[in-house]
Design a protein around this ligand. Structure first.
Ligand code: NAD
Length: 261
């Protein structure tokens, strides 16, 4: 599974699943462009720690993925810094929970921009270089919500279904090349994005945090256990490897059985 010498961009990699994926790719020898928001000192600690631990080149770009021109600039900045993009992991994402009629239009626009439109812009910007070299791996982090729906998550579910769609189109348009595009569809993974939802359940139902966790899992995830950022990272490593050359346009679940029901 060695990815020695490969160049990877992982969007939203200052936290959670993105950080797990960046770490797993670096562990296999890939150099990494990190991206995301957060405390500058904490990000620098992650960046230098990853580089030192795995002996790879790691840079950070603060592009705001809600803005199309910033997304495209992230790809050109990576090409300028590292020479090319071999692996593009579209991971950055946000959540907002409300019934449709109360869903703020501004939150709809933000979720669509970051969770869906950014995938289009980064893919469009990375493909010419990948095609010129006849190699690429595009890995889109969709969700169980790319395959099935839940109430009160209209923007997220629509965006993630869209990510599954763009994954298939990208795979078809690159089918005769050495570029592959696939989606990973996680169920519940215990990250800050999900912790916020657990805290909201605890507050709303007047229950403890462990009870709220259990409630969240029981509703959707038959294994009653979270998937981890490390596990998602290892799946991304596999999809980036030569062994996955003929996996194209697939949506691979890692969801404790969520979508098996
Ligand atoms: P997280 O909140 O821990 O991390 C999100 C990352 O995206 C952070 O690095 C954040 O800084 C970055 N980000 C947010 N807005 C950004 C912007 N405008 N520009 C650049 N970066 C931005 O969330 P997570 O749970 O690790 O989620 C990562 C991805 O996995 C998302 O696409 C999410 O939808 C998906 N996902 C998560 C779960 C889960 O259970 N946690 C399940 C399925 C899918």
């Amino acid at each position: 599974m060695s990815l020695k010498g490969k160049i990877a961009v992982v969007t939203g990699s200052t936290s959670g699943i993105g950080l797990g994926i960046a770490t797993a790719l670096a562990k296999q020898g890939a150099s990494i462009m990190l991206n995301g928001f957060g405390d500058a000192d904490a990000i620098e600690k992650e960046r230098s720690g990853l580089a030192a631990t795995h002996g790879v080149d790691v840079a950070f770009d603060p592009a705001d993925l809600s803005k199309a021109d910033e997304v495209r600039r992230l790809i050109s900045a990576t090409e300028a810094r590292f020479g090319r993009v071999d692996i593009l992991v579209n991971n950055a994402g946000i959540q907002f929970v409300a019934p449709i009629e109360e869903f703020p239009a501004e939150r709809w626009d933000a979720v669509m921009a970051i969770n869906l439109s950014a995938v289009f812009h980064s893919t469009a910007a990375a493909l010419p270089g990948m095609k010129a070299r006849n190699f690429g791996r595009i890995i889109n982090i969709a969700s169980a919500h790319g395959l099935v729906a839940s109430a009160n998550k209209v923007a997220y579910v629509a965006a993630k279904h869209g990510v599954v769609g763009i994954t298939k189109v990208t795979a078809l348009e690159t089918a005769l090349t050495g570029i592959t595009c696939n989606a990973i569809c996680p169920g519940w993974v215990l990250t800050p994005l999900v912790q916020k939802q657990i805290d909201a359940i605890a507050a709303k139902d007047g229950i403890s945090e462990p009870e709220a966790r259990r409630k969240l899992l029981e509703e959707k995830q038959p294994s009653l256990d979270f998937a981890t950022p490390d596990q998602i990272g290892e799946l991304a490593v596999f999809l980036a490897s030569d062994a996955a050359a003929q996996i194209r346009g697939a949506s691979i679940s890692i969801d404790g059985g969520w979508t098996a029901r």
